[in-house]
Ligand binder design. Structure first.
Ligand code: UDP
Length: 416
């Protein structure tokens, strides 16, 4: 039997139509956007509820033929950092309940991240709608990766446990995540399904384009970084690795250019720059690296393939990454990846085949890997070839069809 009815997606902090690369918009936004578009094209209508974080955006916006994004202010229209969102949730829930009204039309909820998970849990309790959950990032892993010990983590872990245990099905995007959810959060293994994220393989594929080269007029070997300016993304490790290259292999570095995509827009006045960007600029200036680094600002997702295609190597120096879409996108475009040996990255990047895995938070290890790939064109080109073959195995169509089978299973179980 096909899937019947309408779906309710929750992505409180991740508006699927938001501009990407900013501090709070990345992989989750892409995941929700691509899944909903694919479900919509299969005739399944989805309402995505998100926080109204951009006051310029409309209250409702179409996402496909029969699907839409619905933005709720939760008492505060405008950006709110994730760390302050928990207290908005009761109002978000009330506004969502007003939207649902007295008759519920939704067959299934798919909640994304623990904050949305909390909202989904309350809807489950009020309306008896079954719920599927994707974590995107797990509190326990983040706590360890960032060595963090703030009060939010204990609250998060408590809520996250309930969100995971009470879901009808939990989606893990890698086998490692599956294991952590079962072992640390005590979720029954039969309740967890492994469905990897995808890539839009029609867009993300090898080409002769080189946007970074064209726009930035760079005729060097491009080392590409794509990501939000967040501590976990490890950009300082990459900057330190460049400093090591400058000292130990100046000729190698002279042939290369680091292009940083994401973070602050280029038109941000200096006094309004994020603290992260200010720190990076200070380091770059102190170490005399300015000539070897270009900040490109956020780039539209659909434009990124020609940035990856033109790069010599993409570096993902994250402390932790539950999946790591950037690494997979780069590979799909035929760009080798140097990534931290952690989380989803160590499963998605094949060491020595589609790129190199290095010890997280270790600039020396990263500098060695960079020097190797920058000076070994043959090895680099073979990895590029393998990366393209490997990258094309990920697709949102496959992710959606796997998820659809899970949705049907959950909905049928509820009906019987
Ligand atoms: N991204 C983008 N433009 C930017 C920076 C990032 O489109 O300027 C996209 C990137 O292509 C990827 C997503 O944001 O699809 C980031 O996902 P990832 O899983 O790598 O990291 P997350 O942000 O979820 O931590």
């Amino acid at each position: 039997m096909g899937f019947r009815g309408k779906m309710l997606f929750l992505s409180v902090h991740g508006d699927p139509l938001a501009k990407l690369g900013k501090i709070q918009s990345g992989g989750q936004n892409v995941y929700v956007r691509e899944l909903v578009k694919a479900l919509d094209s299969l005739g399944i209508a989805v309402d995505v509820f998100t926080h109204h974080s951009d006051p310029q955006a409309p209250n409702k916006e179409p996402l496909g033929k029969n699907s839409q994004v619905i933005r709720l202010p939760a008492g505060h229209k405008g950006f709110k950092p994730k760390s302050q969102m928990l207290k908005l949730l009761p109002r978000f829930l009330n506004e969502l309940k007003e939207h649902i009204g007295t008759g519920n039309n939704y067959t299934l909820i798919h909640s994304n991240y623990w904050l949305s998970g909390w909202v989904g849990l309350q809807l489950q309790k009020s309306y008896g709608i079954p719920r599927v959950h994707t974590s995107h990032s797990l509190g326990i892993v983040r706590k360890k990766a960032l060595d963090a010990d703030n009060p939010l983590f204990s609250t998060r872990l408590k809520i996250e446990k309930e969100v995971l245990q009470k879901a009808d099905k939990v989606i893990a995007t890698t086998p490692l995540e599956q294991k952590i959810i079962a072992n640390y959060y005590s979720v029954k293994p039969q309740k967890i399904s492994m469905v990897p994220c995808g890539v839009n393989t029609k867009l993300f594929r090898p080409s002769e384009n080189n946007k970074a080269g064209e726009i930035l007029q760079v005729d060097k070997k491009i080392i590409l970084f794509v990501g939000r300016f967040e501590e976990n993304k490890g950009l300082p490790v990459l900057l330190k690795a460049l400093d090591i290259l400058k000292k130990n292999h100046p000729a190698t570095l002279a042939e290369a250019m680091l292009v940083i995509v994401g973070g602050d827009s280029l038109d941000t006045p200096p006094e309004e720059l994020s603290p992260e960007k200010k720190r990076y600029l200070k380091f770059i200036q102190e170490k005399g690296l300015s000539e070897r680094i270009i900040f490109a600002g956020p780039v539209q997702h659909k434009e990124l393939p020609s940035w990856y295609s033109g790069a010599w190597v993409t570096v993902v120096p994250s402390y932790y990454e539950s999946f790591g879409l950037v690494a997979v996108e780069a590979m799909a475009c035929g760009c080798p990846v140097i990534a931290s040996r952690t989380g989803g990255l160590q499963q998605n990047v094949l060491h020595g085949k589609t790129g190199l895995l290095v010890e997280p938070k270790n600039p020396k290890d990263l500098a060695i890997a960079l020097n190797y790939l920058l000076t070994n064109e043959r090895a680099r080109n073979e990895m590029a070839r393998q990366a393209a073959l490997h990258g094309e195995k990920y697709s949102w169509e496959k992710t959606t069809s796997d998820l659809l089978a899970i949705y049907k299973g959950v909905a049928d179980e509820r009906r019987n």
